[in-house]
Design a protein around this ligand. Structure first.
Ligand SMILES: Cc1cc2nc3c(=O)[nH]c(=O)nc-3n(C[C@H](O)[C@H](O)[C@H](O)COP(=O)(O)OP(=O)(O)OC[C@H]3O[C@@H](n4cnc5c(N)ncnc54)[C@H](O)[C@@H]3O)c2cc1C
Length: 392
C-alpha cells in the first residue's frame, strides 16, 4: 500500500520550522545580503533559539544528540529551510556533515558532539584548483611519518572555510591506488601548524557565507586524526552524500521555488496592465502553470527517493536524477518568477534577483548536472531502467 499521509508529529515539526523561518529568519535576509553578514550576536541569538527548539543538526542521529529525522522528515523540514538564504541556514540551523558520525573514541568528544551542539564549525575540503569533478585526481598528499601524517596541498571553494574550527580534509595516502584505497580523510584543527586559510573567493551569491582556500604546508597530524579507515576516504564520502543531495539541494530547491511561485501568483493577481490583472493573460498563466508542475514533479521525485533511503535501499540513480532535476527546476522557476514580475523581478527590492543568483550554483556543486547525467546514463546503459532502485 502506498501511503502519502504525513504523520501529525511531523506536520507539527514542519510547521514550527516554517514559522521560525518566516517570522525570525526571513526578515534578516535583506540586511544579510546588503552587509554580507550580520552582527555576530544576532546570529548567535537565533542559533541559540534554534538549538532550544530542537531545530539544530536535525539531520544527525538522536544517539549523538541530533534530531534523528528520517530522510522523508528531513526533506519536509528542508523544504521550509529552503525558503531562506544559504548563509542564514548555515549560521542558524547548522550544516553538520553526516560523515562525522564515523568519528571514533576521542574524536567523538573533540569533533562530533561539539559540532552537533553547535559549538564547533566544520568545513569539508575535497575540491582543489586542479581537481573538481574528477575528485579522485586530488594532489594534496598525506605522507606517513612515524605516528603522524604530514599534509601538503591546497583546497579551494571550501564553504565556511574561513570560519571553520576544523576541516575534514581529503588527501592522497597512496597515489597509485587513489579512489580504490588510496584516499584518506583527516580531521584537521584550524590551529594546527601548517594549516592556513588562504583567500576568501568572491562569489556570485550566498552573500554572508564565504567560500575559501585552505592551504596545508607540512601540516603534521597524528594518526588518531584519520576519519574512518586509512584509504577508505573516497568510499566514505560517497556513502554519506545521499542525504545532502536529497535534502540540501533537492528539498531546499522545492522550498525556495514554492516561495517564488507564491510571490508570482500574488503578483499576477494584483498587477494590472491593459486594464486587467496580468494573471488573466494566458502567457502569464502558462508560466505559473509550468512553475507549479515543475515543483510538483521535483517534490514527488525527492519524497519517493527519501522513502527508499528510509527503507534501507540504495537509490543511487534516483539521487542523481533528483540532483539534476531539482537544481534545474529551481533555475527555471527563478527565471520565470522574475519574468512574471517584469522589471520589479530584476530589482533588488524583491528577493527574486538573489534567488536567481543563488540558484545558479545548484547545478554546479555537489556534482555538476553533466556528471550526474553521466552517472545516470552509464547505469542505464549497463543495467537498464529500474525505478525501484533494485539494480543499484
Ligand atoms: C559555492 C560553492 C561552494 C562549494 N563548496 C565546496 C565545499 O564546501 N567543499 C568542497 O570540497 N568543494 C566545494 N565546492 C566545489 C564544487 O564541488 C565543485 O565546484 C564542483 O564539483 C565542480 O568542480 P569544478 O568547479 O572544478 O568544475 P570542473 O570539474 O572543472 O568542470 C567544468 C565543466 O566541465 C564539465 N565536466 C567535467 N567533467 C566532465 C565529464 N566527465 N563529462 C562531462 N562534463 C564534464 C562540468 O560539468 C563543468 O560543466 C564548492 C563550489 C562552489 C561554487
Amino acid at each position: 500500500m502506498i501511503d502519502f499521509q504525513i504523520p501529525e508529529e511531523t506536520r507539527l515539526l514542519v510547521d514550527t520550522v516554517r514559522r521560525f523561518v518566516e517570522n525570525e529568519v526571513q526578515p534578516l535576509e535583506e540586511e544579510m545580503e546588503a552587509r554580507e553578514g550580520l552582527a555576530p550576536e544576532v546570529l548567535a541569538g537565533l542559533k541559540a533559539k534554534a538549538i532550544g527548539l530542537g531545530l539544530f543538526a536535525m539531520n544527525m542521529p538522536e544517539e549523538v544528540g541530533g534530531g534523528g529525522l528520517s530522510a522523508v522528515e528531513m526533506c519536509l523540514v528542508e523544504e521550509q529551510l529552503g525558503k531562506t538564504t544559504e548563509a542564514l541556514i548555515r549560521n542558524i540551523f547548522g550544516q553538520v556533515y553526516e560523515m562525522l558520525t564515523t568519528c571514533r573514541g576521542r574524536q567523538r568528544e573533540e569533533y562530533l558532539f561539539p559540532s552537533v551542539r553547535g559549538e564547533r564549525i566544520c568545513a569539508f575540503g575535497i575540491t582543489e584548483p586542479e581537481a573538481g569533478s574528477d575528485a579522485a585526481s586530488i594532489r594534496t598528499t598525506a605522507v606517513r611519518d612515524g605516528d603522524d601524517y604530514v599534509l601538503n596541498g591546497s583546497k579551494h571553494f571550501i564553504s565556511d572555510g574561513d570560519i571553520a574550527d576544523f576541516a575534514v580534509v581529503m588527501a592522497l595516502t597512496d597515489p597509485e591506488k587513489r579512489a580504490r584505497g588510496g584516499i584518506t580523510l583527516f580531521l584537521v584543527d584550524r590551529d594546527t601548524p601548517g594549516y592556513r586559510v588562504g583567500r576568501v573567493q568572491p562569489m556570485m551569491g550566498h552573500l554572508g557565507c564565504n567560500h575559501a582556500e585552505l592551504v596545508f604546508e607540512n601540516c603534521r597530524v597524528g594518526a588518531d586524526k584519520v576519519l574512518g579507515e586509512p584509504g577508505e576516504g573516497f568510499r566514505l564520502i560517497m556513502s554519506t552524500v545521499s542525504r545532502v543531495r536529497l535534502a540540501h539541494i533537492g528539498a531546499r530547491s522545492v522550498g525556495m521555488a514554492t516561495r517564488v511561485l507564491e510571490l508570482a501568483r500574488n503578483h499576477a493577481a494584483e498587477r494590472r496592465q491593459f486594464g486587467q490583472p496580468i494573471g488573466e493573460f494566458q502567457m502569464v498563466q502558462k508560466m505559473l502553470a509550468d512553475m507549479a508542475t515543475d515543483i510538483f514533479a521535483a517534490r514527488m521525485m525527492i519524497l519517493n527517493t527519501a522513502w527508499e533511503l528510509d527503507q534501507g535501499r540504495d537509490p543511487r540513480d534516483k539521487l542523481s536524477m533528483v540532483k539534476v532535476y531539482a537544481s534545474e527546476m529551481m533555475n527555471r522557476v527563478a527565471d520565470q518568477g522574475i519574468q512574471v514580475f517584469g522589471g520589479m523581478g530584476w530589482c533588488k527590492e524583491l528577493p527574486l534577483e538573489r534567488v536567481y543568483r543563488d540558484s545558479r550554483v545548484l547545478r554546479i556543486y555537489d556534482g555538476t548536472s553533466e556528471i550526474h547525467r553521466m552517472l545516470i546514463a552509464r547505469n542505464l546503459l549497463r543495467n537498464g531502467f529500474a525505478l525501484e532502485g533494485d539494480h543499484v
